[in-house]
Design a protein around this ligand. Structure first.
Ligand code: ROI
Length: 163
């Protein structure tokens, strides 16, 4: 079993519902257990500002799926939840699933870079992640606690009443 962290984000079509649906879909993946997930957070868009705020969360899974199979399943969940890839970089989306951390592994190919290279720059990943695993050491990036110190929470707000 590999402990893996998945980032969830949505800013279209009832984002909170999208995240809840995606958590259920992750929990239903074969050879995979959803161990727990963070609260939901509201965050201002990173990138183009002419789009709605995002709802973000992070999930901890234990899986026997190889990383590329897990990624394939995640893309399928995105597709089922109506994600249309417009080609517009950093545009709004109904659902974005990012493979953040996959065990101790570190590698990059044309499909995937693990750990996700943007982790250190994203408060909407670091803060929910710290709820799940405050002592996490991210392969190649070091202690999560150090990354948090260098990344202000900037408008990130924990949503109440869920998660
Ligand atoms: N901004 C926020 N706040 N949350 C996201 O999940 C998110 N995802 C993205 C971009 C467009 C970079 N901005 C985001 O892909």
């Amino acid at each position: 079993m590999t402990r893996t962290y998945v980032g969830l984000g949505s800013n279209l079509d009832d984002p909170e519902k999208q995240i809840q649906m995606a958590l259920r879909a992750l929990a239903a993946l074969p050879q995979t257990t959803l161990i727990r997930h963070s609260a939901l957070y509201r965050s201002p868009p990173m990138g183009p500002q002419d789009q709605p705020d995002y709802i973000n969360a992070v999930a901890l899974l234990e899986t026997d799926l190889p990383a590329r199979e897990l990624l394939h399943c995640m893309l399928e969940i995105e597709r089922r939840q109506g994600r249309v890839r417009t080609g517009k970089r950093w545009g709004p989306r109904t659902l974005d699933l990012d493979l953040l951390v996959y065990g101790e592994e570190r590698w990059s190919d044309e499909l995937l870079t693990v750990p996700h290279p943007e982790i250190p720059n994203r408060a909407f990943v670091l803060y929910p992640l710290s709820e799940l695993a405050p002592d996490l050491n991210i392969p190649g990036f070091g202690p999560l606690a150090e990354l948090l110190k260098a990344c202000p929470a900037e408008g990130l707000r924990r949503c109440h009443g869920n998660g």
